[in-house]
Design a protein around this ligand. Structure first.
Ligand code: NAD
Length: 295
């Protein structure tokens, strides 16, 4: 294949625009619901990135007409106090979605905290009950993690509703992105490969993919050698790097400039997966509110 024939002029998949459409639909649905969905976010400590994420979630929730509650706890909170706060939220009928902003301080057992959330209010979809529902394909009962849900919506934006038969390669196997997105792609009848830090020659596997989802956390790891011409590339990574002017810049796990003209479609960072994550969190919370007040 000549260099010329491998050019695909990657279409930019606009996550900001798609998220705005989803949020507009949620606002309308909330207005018609006759009640306020309630979202509670628990923030421990004062990590600047976590504080920004929590503020964004809360602002978006309020914009959609939700009741938004942020519970801020100091970094030396005990596990028992944190469990007590979750227990109160589990029993609060005004709250339909609970999330604990991760990461937690290392002395706190994050699994124990997440498992304390009522699975029917676990709008992040991190509880083992929801992970299990997803694993067995019980999609209607499961809360599915928000970033993977957003990734599937972006893929359907690029490829249409039918992903069946595509070879999808997921780079990364975390519980919050890699594994659940692989399960969702399988449920969409893709053939799924997972590549991770111990995979030998990951480029060779990735090169065969029609769909590449990069969720690694290594700036610009995936260059042209990883991508088949015409593939759809979803970049989940959020990495802070210093640019030539000495300023901090956000970049993904994909070398966007190197890949954009061989991919058929590609998400940018920022403006791709990030905005979809919040939109899906609000959608999960709306669904939870609907389930608790069937009409
Ligand atoms: P993680 O650190 O939990 O997992 C990273 C995965 O990458 C691991 O499974 C590891 O095996 C794999 N990996 C590491 N080095 C590799 C290599 N050289 N080759 C192949 N695989 C390798 O990370 P995570 O929580 O899944 O997040 C991944 C990235 O996505 C991060 O940059 C994170 O900030 C970002 N993220 C973005 C959003 C969003 O809303 N946009 C949400 C969650 C995570």
């Amino acid at each position: 294949m000549t260099a010329q024939s491998s050019l695909h002029n990657g279409r930019i998949i606009d996550g900001k625009a798609l998220a705005a459409t989803i949020i507009a639909d949620i606002k309308q649905a909330v207005a018609a619901l006759g009640m306020k969905p309630g979202l509670a976010v628990v923030l421990v400590g004062n990590d600047p990135a976590s504080s920004v994420y929590v503020r964004n979630k809360s602002a978006r929730a309020e914009e959609c007409g939700f009741e938004s509650v942020t519970i801020s706890m100091s970094s030396d909170v005990s596990e028992a106090e944190l469990l007590g706060a979750i227990d109160r939220l589990n029993r609060d009928d005004r709250i339909h979605g609970i999330l604990v902003q991760l990461p937690l301080p290392s002395r706190i057992n994050a699994n124990r905290i997440v498992e304390a959330i009522d699975p029917d209010k676990d709008v992040d979809g991190f509880h083992v009950v929801n992970a299990g529902r997803l694993a067995v394909g019980d999609m209607s009962a499961a809360f599915i993690p928000c970033t993977p849900l957003g990734i599937i919506a972006l893929l359907k934006e690029a490829l249409g509703a039918n992903l069946s038969g595509k070879h999808a390669v997921v780079v990364g196997r975390s519980n919050i992105v890699g594994k659940p997105v692989a399960a969702l792609l399988l449920a969409e009848n893709c053939s799924v490969s997972i590549v991770h830090s111990k995979t030998e020659q990951p480029q060779l596997i990735c090169q065969q993919a029609d769909i590449v989802v990069a969720a690694v956390g290594v700036a610009r790891l995936l260059d042209r050698a990883w991508i088949k011409p015409g593939a759809v590339v979803i970049d989940v990574g959020i990495n802070r790097v210093c640019n030539e002017a000495g300023e901090t810049q956000l970049v993904g796990d994909v070398d966007f400039d190197a890949v954009k003209d061989i991919a058929s479609s590609i998400t940018p960072v920022p403006g791709g997966v990030g905005p979809m994550t919040i939109a899906m969190l609000l959608r999960n919370t709306l669904e939870s509110a609907r389930k608790s007040h069937p009409q």
